[in-house]
Design a protein around this ligand. Structure first.
Ligand code: NAD
Ligand code: UGA
Length: 431
């Protein structure tokens, strides 16, 4: 089948490459001309393990464009993968979704296309399927259908998640179109849930909000562990072995970040509110997440009395390991908080330095290697759980520091070993 991907970001590129790998012809479109030019030259604008190989392997089935007319002429099924960023009030900004729908409608009419299918992969509030239908209908009077096919991939392992998903969700009020979209994935041989469009849209928000809730829950348990002398790692293991709870998303630390959990939790809260429901639990999930970042600041102050003129080295800037993405990263938030307290900040990240430089002020000193940043530091904060930080020469690092303080916001390092090396070590909820 011939499909189009509109929006060549994390979701669009990985979806496009994977659908091509499943044997479909794919045309990938973006309004960002520079991005498309790069892709045409084989330069991938994001870091995602295995994506270069997949795009390269399927290059004979993938083309790129900036023109919607070309997309509509060449493909029968159109996957909308554009961004849906948060607005000030927390609601999802649907302006790109609206713009794409209008352009699709106009070109369906102009090219007299028969029964096209529009699929939303972007995360959109319940009711967006209807909005898309209305916008397209204004421009195009013939039959078309709208299908919701939410995406559950994680950055850093997006290709693996896309090729081996736990389930595929397809929602539509048109059974035939839902079947066609589901059939695109049939070679993956994974469970497919076919449902109505509102339910599919809600599944995506409920999934992200539930995972964020799990993280805020374990973070609160960790905070109590700190007070009562229990160990959060043992607690997480003990509860995670109960299959009803599950092992994943029980890693305590400085809270969740990234381009999705923070935005989607707020958007669910906002559209629940608009529909007349006060989603009380989500308020606490957000509040606890904020508190976790501030708690790292408090841990620093408790150890150093004041942060004024203190040198703090932040290890890790990405919102999690194995990505160069710094959107809503806890590390960036933390740097802003400690700079406000008068600290001098230096920072390192193995992948996200370039992105972080664009969003932090020029007072932050960036170092090219982790081992270069320790000299004269009063404390080091582990802000991203990059595995290679475990293998640093910590004894050597301690010699270079002014004070041997480590605040481990990700519970990455071996606490006994660090204390054995003579560090004052504090994690989150670790005995
Ligand atoms: P992204 O920021 O990486 O990419 C979005 C792309 O859309 C950009 O390249 C942008 O230029 C393009 N775009 C914007 N407006 C456009 C328009 N009018 N026409 C054509 N292209 C346009 O975004 P992303 O991380 O891939 O996320 C996309 C959507 O998928 C969001 O709704 C997000 O919530 C959802 N999602 C993201 C992930 C993830 O891990 N990143 C996972 C699941 C779902
Ligand atoms: C998340 C979801 O896991 C995906 O299923 C979803 O598709 C995606 O959001 C989305 O909708 O965009 P992602 O944001 O890539 O994926 O990253 P996660 O691995 O879920 O981590 C999110 C944040 O939670 C990170 O800051 C991470 O450090 C934090 N986290 C995660 C914890 O603090 N503890 C955990 O146990 C797990």
């Amino acid at each position: 089948m011939k499909v189009s991907i509109i929006g060549a970001g994390y979701v669009g590129l990985v979806t496009g490459a994977s659908l091509a790998d499943l044997g479909h012809d794919v045309i990938i479109m973006d309004i960002d001309i520079a991005r498309i030019e790069k892709l045409e030259r084989g330069i991938i604008p994001i870091h995602e393990s295995g994506l270069d190989r997949l795009l390269d392997k399927n290059s004979n089935r993938i083309s790129f464009t900036t023109k919607m007319e070309e997309v509509v002429r060449e493909a029968d099924i159109h996957f909308i993968c554009v961004w849906t960023p948060p607005q000030k009030d927390g609601s999802a900004d649907l302006s790109s979704i609206r713009a794409v729908s209008r352009e699709l409608g106009k070109n369906f009419a102009k090219l007299k296309i028969k029964t096209p299918i529009i699929v939303t992969k972007s995360t959109v509030p319940v009711g967006t399927g209807k909005i898309i239908r209305q916008i397209v209908r204004k421009e195009y009077k013939n039959d078309f259908s709208v299908v919701s096919n939410p995406e559950f991939l994680r950055e850093g392992q997006a290709v693996a998640d896309m090729m081996r998903p736990d389930r595929i969700v397809v929602g539509s009020n048109d059974a035939e179109s839902a079947k066609i979209v589901a059939s695109l994935y049939q070679d993956l041989r994974v469970p497919v849930i076919i449902t109505d469009i509102a339910t599919a849209e809600m599944i995506k928000y409920a999934a992200n909000a539930f995972l964020a809730t799990k993280i805020s829950f374990i973070n609160e348990v960790a905070n109590v562990c700190d007070l009562v002398g229990a160990d959060i790692e043992g607690v997480a293991q003990g509860i995670g072995m109960d299959k009803r709870i599950g092992k994943s998303f029980l890693k305590a630390g400085m809270g969740y970040g990234g381009s999705c959990f923070p935005k989607d939790v707020r958007a669910l809260q906002q559209f629940s509110n608009n529909s007349g429901y006060d989603f009380k639990l989500l308020k606490s999930v957000i509040e606890v997440n904020e508190q976790q970042r501030q708690m790292i600041v408090e841990k620093l102050i408790n150890n150093l009395s004041t942060l004024k003129n203190k040198n703090i080295f932040i290890l890790g800037l990405a919102f999690k390991a194995h990505t160069d993405d710094i959107r809503e990263s806890g590390a960036i938030d933390l740097i802003n908080r400690i700079q406000k307290q008068g600290a001098n900040v230096s920072a390192f990240d193995p992948l996200a330095l370039l992105n972080a430089k664009k969003s932090l002020n020029d007072k932050v000193k960036f170092v090219a290697q982790a081992k270069e940043g320790a000299t004269g530091m009063h404390a080091i904060v582990i802000a991203t759980e990059w595995p290679e930080f475990k293998d640093l020469d910590w004894l050597e690092i301690k010699k270079q520091m002014t004070e041997p303080i480590i605040i481990d916001g990700r519970n990455l390092l071996d606490s006994a070993q660090m204390r054995g090396h003579g560090f004052i070590y504090e994690g989150v909820g670790r005995r």
